[in-house]
Design a protein around this ligand. Sequence first.
Ligand code: PMP
Ligand code: GLN
Length: 378
Amino acid sequence: MQSKLPGDQASIFAEMTGLAVEHNALNLSQGFPGFSPDTKLIDLVSQAMRDGHNQYAPPAGHLRLREKISELIADLRGKTYDPENEINLTVGASEALYVAITAFVHPGDEVIVLKPAFDSYEPTIKLQGATPVTVQLEAPYLQIDWNAVANAVTSKTRMIIINNPHNPSGMVFKDSDLKQLEAIVRDTDILILSDEVYEHMVFDGRVYRSAAYYPGIAERALITASFGKTFHTTGWKMGYCLAPKDLMREFRKVHQNLVFSIHHPTQIALAQYLEEPKHYLGLSKFYQTKRDTFLNALNQSRFTWTPAEGAYFQIMDYSAITDEPAVDFAKRLTREHKLASIPVSVFNVNHRDDHLLRFCFAKKEKDLLKAAEILNSI
Ligand code: PMP
Ligand code: GLN
């Protein structure tokens, strides 16, 4: 049998969570909240089930939910997406990413990916018979070299994938970043896939700018989002994609053949839950407090860091402690110190090792303090 993804291994997220369970370690590796979603949202889902919304939803998604998403994006991002033709619910942002790449990338095409990158982009590109063209950012990955991105563009470039706020670094794109990207794609037919799953988590008063905000990007952009991140429900796998009508038409052809439609009762519940903007507007403050709780408690640590600008990940540099490779050190921390993290090297070009670990701070205060205590002792 010839593998379509030779060399690819099990996801680092599953591996590190598995190791954390095996060693009964505190798990700050895989990104998921260590606390429950709002019981009101859970009640709305079970009510929707009792009310009989248990059969297939429309392929594009429950219309009232698409309308609520359209209102939210218009309010926050300054662009109106037509609920009928420009919004589609998906099985998490993961499905949206897969469909966006599959619908537009042909064999022989090139897709530019900024590294370190979330692990699903490159395998999906390769499955199309296309080539990921990687641009490595310099540690701690808080700046993008747009000249390097411009130099990576060729006549075969079909798409550029960006992730803002960025996993794993916590970087939030600046206005100048998006303007430079806009200039690179002007007068080309390159598409932008903008993965914005952490859009409601930006810290220290930063203004978040979606790809939707820049006309020269939005006209060619597929934007992916996740209710899993926003409402602490990663296990529900609810997401969506925004795109101009002509792109969305192609997106829907793939979505309909992949899953047809997504979990119906949860869509009914989310449409009701989104009536209250406070359910998503407080998220930046909520996670900034968690970031600060974690970092303030690390006052005796030999790890060094630059505070995350957004998302719910903090990168820590351990080069003052050991020169072990990040994968070995992350595993040893899990086994010997009972604290699991993600070695950032796995997301880099050729697994370049900058001696960095990623810690997810979407955890209860007591777990963040316990994690800091462990790190202080190393
Ligand atoms: N993109 C990024 C950058 C992520 O961190 C995640 C989290 N898994 C996803 C996409 C996938 O989101 P979802 O869980 O909604 O499929
Ligand atoms: N997005 C999560 C992370 O970065 C994990 C998602 C997954 O397990 N695929 O940790």
